[in-house]
Design a protein around this ligand. Structure first.
Ligand SMILES: NC(=O)c1ccc[n+]([C@@H]2O[C@H](COP(=O)([O-])OP(=O)(O)OC[C@H]3O[C@@H](n4cnc5c(N)ncnc54)[C@H](OP(=O)(O)O)[C@@H]3O)[C@@H](O)[C@H]2O)c1
Length: 244
């Protein structure tokens, strides 16, 4: 892959993805976006010159226009192969009698609106990569969007209730994945929703069974195998297909 952009790359799974891609030399250029650069991300950038840190609060959709020129400055006319909409939030205490409208709105803004609007903003670069890599089949090596979803966004697998802000925002993100896969099919751009597993991060907590490294290597192994027939699917890090 020539280029990957990952949002929310300063900690958690986003940082894990950056570390994996640099360590295993999986991408020629990596664009890591974050609100504040963590020491860990800075250290990786010092070691790997193909890691480019871009500042982005995904809530500021008006700033998205600044991204493409920064990517093109590095990539020239090669576009962007892979966009990973990873930045996300999860409001904790969200039983029906406690949930607040602001929590619903905040989760929807970061988990749903941002991935849709960022994908929209980066379509020209994704198209450029898809066009330039005509010789390759539809895949992440050509042009793809991976939306970091969650099994908590699965309506079919919801047997616990609650989590209104997070569940609704990820279910809506899944709906967006499906629409994007249909709308971008003609441009040969693959789109899929990905559940990373329950992972030990600030969001997942320390009781999570998976470590970041296991989840991330599974995610990239799965993403690397995706083809045209997988566009519009909801997949788990290990490749298992999940019900909507
Ligand atoms: N961990 C799990 O078990 C699990 C399970 C299912 C799905 N997921 C999904 O996987 C993704 C990554 O989760 P994680 O576990 O790595 O979570 P995390 O450790 O809490 O990290 C969240 C990341 O999102 C960024 N972010 C939040 N709001 C942002 C904003 N407005 N603008 C830019 N960046 C923002 C954070 O940046 P700041 O440092 O600036 O806040 C941070 O980099 C999320 O979409 C999450 O829903 C995680």
């Amino acid at each position: 892959m020539k280029s990957v952009l990952i949002t929310g790359a300063n900690r958690g799974l986003g940082l894990g993805m950056v570390k994996y891609l640099t360590k295993h030399n999986k991408a020629e250029n990596i664009f890591a976006t974050c609100r504040t650069t963590s020491e860990e991300l800075k250290n990786v950038a010092q070691e790997y010159k193909n890691l480019h840190i871009l500042h982005l609060d995904v809530k500021n959709t008006t700033n998205y226009v600044d991204l493409s020129p920064q990517i093109s400055k590095v990539m020239g006319t090669q576009g962007l192969n892979l966009l990973i909409n990873n930045a996300g939030i999860s409001t904790k205490f969200t039983k029906l009698n406690l949930v607040k409208a602001e929590q619903l709105l905040e989760n929807l803004t970061v988990n749903t609106i941002a991935p849709i609007m960022l994908t929209k903003a980066l379509i020209p670069l994704l198209k450029q990569a898809a066009e330039l890599n005509k010789d390759k089949p539809v895949s992440a090596y050509r042009a793809a969007v991976i939306n970091m979803s969650s099994v908590l966004g699965s309506i079919a697998q919801n047997d616990q209730g609650g989590f209104y802000p997070y569940r609704c925002s990820k279910a809506a993100l899944n709906a967006a994945t499906k629409s994007m896969s249909i709308d971008l099919k003609k441009d040969q751009i693959l789109v899929a929703s990905m559940h990373p597993g329950w992972v030990k991060t600030d969001m997942g907590g320390k009781n999570a069974p998976l470590d970041v490294e296991t989840s991330v290597s599974g995610i990239f192994e799965t993403v690397g195998k995706l083809g045209e027939a997988d566009s519009g699917k909801f997949l788990q890090y290990d490749g298992t297909e999940l019900p909507w």
